[in-house]
Ligand binder design. Structure first.
Ligand code: ZN
Length: 164
């Protein structure tokens, strides 16, 4: 595996990590919003409002909420087929569908390493994170957006403590 030299999004334009109101460096998703009817879209695109009752053909780029409610989730126990990169040996991972707090849209994403379906429950609060999808031949870590449980590790270890 090449030495990691830098980190770049695996797909341009889906999230950013510069300054946010609640802490520089936190990742946030970039979506689109229709200036006429207020409909949100993710992944972002520049035109074609999805609202069938709206004729707007221009969408504006907006920062989306970094938190939301877990709406559904699943666990992937098999590696994806080529050409999608998979860890070798393959590690099962969870995929979460999170309803964003303010926008009401549902954003799919992988769940950070170490959190599997057994750790998730519909309705819990999730927070945006990033994870490395793969490291390319030039040593660039390619990042994707991901979801993690919003209650951080402290609260969770308390819970695990009580179960002992
Ligand atoms: Zn619209």
């Amino acid at each position: 595996m090449p030495e990691v030299t830098s980190q770049e999004p695996a797909i341009d334009g889906w999230f950013a990590t510069d300054s946010t109101p609640d802490g520089a460096g936190s990742p946030y998703l970039i979506g689109s919003k229709c200036p006429e009817c207020g409909t949100y879209v993710f992944p972002p695109r520049e035109n074609n409002c999805p609202n069938p009752a709206c004729a707007s053909d221009t969408l504006e780029s907006v920062a989306l909420s970094t938190r939301g409610t877990l709406w559904s989730y699943t666990e992937n126990r098999y590696p994806p087929p080529a050409p999608y990169p998979a860890a070798d040996p393959f590690e099962p991972f969870a995929i979460a569908a999170v309803e964003l707090a303010d926008e009401g849209i549902i954003v799919l994403g992988k769940v950070v390493e170490g959190t599997l379906a057994a750790d998730l429950k519909v309705g819990i609060e999730m927070e945006l994170a990033t994870m490395t999808l793969f490291t390319d031949a030039d040593g660039v870590e390619r990042l994707v957006h991901a979801w993690k449980r919003a209650d951080d590790d402290a609260e969770r270890s308390d819970e695990e403590e009580r179960h002992k």
